[in-house]
Ligand binder design. Structure first.
Ligand code: G3P
Length: 219
């Protein structure tokens, strides 16, 4: 543990947000999903191609097909867009089987819609690059999203699985802090959550006082 830096991905299909966040210097990658791409009102291929030009890191693009052959055909096309494209597959029987195919063919995968430790185990067994447990959506139904992250980390550690735990459905700054505390490998979050990480009222208050004192002394 503690052998790799925590990675921050932006969870969005809006290219302007990615440009804005890229300036901060700490964005390691981007995740999208069909809902986020739909929000952009653009074609997935165009969005993903543009994102790959802005961020040099893993960019997740999700398949729409729900059958094994369809997932592989769609994933192969998405992988052609750029070397950094990661194929996002839903946690279904076909999705897990397709994960194995992409892993065998040296194409990176992100298994999404994970809500249990056993689901995460299946993804790791088939060589997923990332597993995406949805923290906020579990909290929404009265479960403990962060406990799931912790359990997956422990299970992967027990056996030395190298699948990275990508905390998704992160809704607020406390999720980010807690994900870091349990050693979540990657946190993907919307830009508003990322912006909130900078904020502390005492920072604003302290800076205002420093500047006011400087003005007074130099009046
Ligand atoms: O991309 C998956 C995930 O981050 C979605 O989050 O807020 O729609 O539950 P949310």
């Amino acid at each position: 543990e503690g052998e790799a830096p925590m990675q921050f991905f932006l969870d969005t299909g809006i290219v302007d947000e990615i440009r804005q966040a890229a300036k901060w210097g700490f964005i390691d990658g981007v995740t999208t999903n069909p809902s986020l791409i739909a929000k952009s009102g653009r074609k997935q291929e165009d969005v993903i191609r543009e994102i790959c030009e802005i961020i040099d890191g893993p960019i997740s693009a999700e398949v729409i097909a729900t059958d094994y052959d369809g997932m592989i055909a769609e994933g192969r096309e998405l992988a052609k867009i750029h070397d950094n494209v990661v194929i996002k597959l839903p946690l279904t029987e076909d999705g897990i089987a397709a994960t194995k195919w992409f892993s065998d063919n040296k194409i990176k995968t992100n298994v999404t819609l994970c809500f249990s430790p056993n689901q995460a185990l299946l993804a790791a067994k088939n060589g997923a690059t990332y597993i995406s447990p949805f923290i906020g959506r579990l909290d929404d139904i009265g479960h403990d999203g962060m406990a799931l992250i912790q359990e997956i980390k422990e299970i992967y550690l027990n056996y030395g699985y190298t699948t990275e735990v990508l905390g998704a459905s992160i809704r607020h700054a406390t999720h980010v802090r807690d994900a870091a505390l349990v050693g979540c490998d990657v946190a993907t979050m919307p830009i508003n959550v990322m912006k909130s990480l900078f904020k502390h009222p005492l920072t604003d208050k302290g800076l205002a006082a420093f500047l006011a004192d400087h003005q007074k002394a130099n009046a």
